[in-house]
Design a protein around this ligand. Sequence first.
Ligand SMILES: *[C@@H]1O[C@H](CO)[C@@H](O)[C@H](O)[C@H]1NC(C)=O
Ligand SMILES: *[C@@H]1O[C@H](CO)[C@@H](O)[C@H](O)[C@H]1NC(C)=O
Ligand SMILES: *[C@@H]1O[C@H](CO)[C@@H](O)[C@H](O)[C@H]1NC(C)=O
Ligand SMILES: *[C@@H]1O[C@H](CO)[C@@H](O)[C@H](O)[C@H]1NC(C)=O
Ligand SMILES: *[C@@H]1O[C@H](CO)[C@@H](O)[C@H](O)[C@H]1NC(C)=O
Ligand SMILES: *[C@@H]1O[C@H](CO)[C@@H](O)[C@H](O)[C@H]1NC(C)=O
Ligand SMILES: *[C@@H]1O[C@H](CO)[C@@H](O)[C@H](O)[C@H]1NC(C)=O
Ligand SMILES: *[C@@H]1O[C@H](CO)[C@@H](O)[C@H](O)[C@H]1NC(C)=O
Ligand SMILES: *[C@@H]1O[C@H](CO)[C@@H](O)[C@H](O)[C@H]1NC(C)=O
Length: 511
Amino acid sequence: MLRSGVVVALGGLAVAAPAPGHHGGGWGSFPSAWGPSSASSSSESGTTTAASDAIPTSFTLDSQIPAITTLPPTGTEPGAAPSLVSSATTGITTHGPYSGTPTTIGAEHASTTLSATIPTMANTLATYYNSNGKLTEPEPTPYMPAGGVGVNGTLPVYMVQSDFDFESVALGLHQEYIELDLFHYAAEIFSEQDYLDAGLTKEDRDLIEFMSIQEAGHASLLTNMLGEAAPKQCTYDYPFTTVREFMDFNVKLTRWGESGTWGFLSHLNSKEVATLIVQAEAIEARQQAAVRQMLGLHPFPFWFAPGVPQSWHWTLLAQYISSCPENNTRLVWQNFPNLYIDNQPNPNRWSPNDTAPGEGQIGNRAGNPSSSDIPEDESCVNVNVTGYSCGPAISRDRNEPLSFAGREIFLHWDDPGLAVGPNNSYVTSTTAGEPAFVAWVGQLNVTFTPLTITGNNTGSSYQPPNEVFETDPAVNETVFLALTDSDLYVTPFNLTMLNPHVRALGIFLAG
Ligand SMILES: *[C@@H]1O[C@H](CO)[C@@H](O)[C@H](O)[C@H]1NC(C)=O
Ligand SMILES: *[C@@H]1O[C@H](CO)[C@@H](O)[C@H](O)[C@H]1NC(C)=O
Ligand SMILES: *[C@@H]1O[C@H](CO)[C@@H](O)[C@H](O)[C@H]1NC(C)=O
Ligand SMILES: *[C@@H]1O[C@H](CO)[C@@H](O)[C@H](O)[C@H]1NC(C)=O
Ligand SMILES: *[C@@H]1O[C@H](CO)[C@@H](O)[C@H](O)[C@H]1NC(C)=O
Ligand SMILES: *[C@@H]1O[C@H](CO)[C@@H](O)[C@H](O)[C@H]1NC(C)=O
Ligand SMILES: *[C@@H]1O[C@H](CO)[C@@H](O)[C@H](O)[C@H]1NC(C)=O
Ligand SMILES: *[C@@H]1O[C@H](CO)[C@@H](O)[C@H](O)[C@H]1NC(C)=O
Ligand SMILES: *[C@@H]1O[C@H](CO)[C@@H](O)[C@H](O)[C@H]1NC(C)=O
């Protein structure tokens, strides 16, 4: 009985028993010293007498403090937690490219499509402006201002409420599943020595494994909000062969995962679903910062994280899914042709300027890592000179930045019509004309720079210097690059309007 009772009781305790030392009736199993006054007096006597300047080297039995044995309810017991949709720590799936013939081709689509593009409309609803901070309407209840969504007593429903919601959350679920697999896989395939060689410890490796378990929780949450048609976990094909390349790939993959989610969250019909997803995404953002630290990069060299449309997310993610189970629910989103940054700065070099052509993006998938296979005297991994080291650290300042405003970037891109994604069953497409601009999507900004065409599907441009707010360069951390046929003005909440103009899409490690 106590097992399930404790969950409810601990929450209620603060309300029911505000006076220290008073625990009400029925709580005989709590030790009588529970109140703060007796707890503080016993800890005082413990620490002051033992104080010394010596660093501890032996760790014997500590003070015996008031505690009870308590376990979470399980199975059919009241208050038991729901089960996970996927095992968190076992069952490494097979990996590698898909070589079969897909049973179906193309994105999910409805029987009818209403229009090729969406026209812009004036917004007649956003009229509220408060110039003096005084309430303009009666309060619904004391201490409650008028307005808001979902605060009028309507019961919350934690389920997707439209095709838009379903397809967005299904995409998010694919991201959770690849991270679940990726973190676990890399924790397993690289040895403890491999991690040590990359400047990481067993505890760092444990952190990666812990992130994998978090993903099992996220995947379960999203599955529950989708229902029985939720996509299932797939088989993946990764582009790295070393711990450093794994971290580099992580830096990119967690960026499109996080930014893809910020991109759709506020557009969801279901605010209940958005509320729970934002609570998962807060953890994903921490994972992103941690993997940057493991690659010896500044953890968050920007003030705002960008959001991108679902089709950008799906374009980058789908390339690493090799096959999905039979009849897996298909997604509606577009796969754009890839844009490659030939001189993507290599984070393994103490001199990123020296990145050789092609080395900054190995292979032919847009989110691939830079090669970590460079001569030791050019690598920053084991350098421990401030400004030049890129070994794991809480933070790093690079004397020679990865990239900088005015740096020329050399690009090439694919034609549409390529088979990509799970079972090679999706096809890349574009409705854009000849590319003329590079759209740099970083922080809150979309900045267009002119594209210079230098050959068949090749060109170059220069990194723009503009700032979000004074002193904060818009292009830093990991940014999204789109080749476009137009410099259409778009902002964070209507970035999707750019999609018909996107000729190719890539991702750039700017800092
Ligand atoms: C993808 O491949 C898997 C494994 O071979 C198969 O079970 C599934 O039906 C395939 N799906 C498609 C769409 O081809
Ligand atoms: C209560 O809020 C919901 C969602 O915000 C809204 O759809 C509904 O019309 C509101 N009901 C009333 C009675 O105002
Ligand atoms: C896939 O769908 C077909 C047609 O509905 C069905 O016959 C088959 O059993 C399904 N396979 C699985 C694994 O669910
Ligand atoms: C990297 O290249 C830029 C542009 O040519 C140059 O200004 C900068 O000095 C170079 N960095 C170093 C450390 O040489
Ligand atoms: C740099 O590396 C050397 C040799 O491993 C070591 O002796 C020194 O303490 C290191 N310096 C710093 C600041 O970590
Ligand atoms: C990105 O941020 C880092 C950390 O503040 C800074 O060192 C670097 O110069 C920035 N890059 C650009 C292009 O401003
Ligand atoms: C141009 O480049 C694309 C992509 O690499 C390739 O598919 C196409 O064949 C090339 N066309 C010519 C005329 O070389
Ligand atoms: C960058 O974004 C900020 C915030 O939305 C905006 O005020 C600013 O005008 C944008 N700058 C450019 C160059 O687009
Ligand atoms: C996007 O929103 C901005 C307002 O923030 C507006 O000026 C712009 O015209 C919109 N772009 C499109 C293509 O609708």
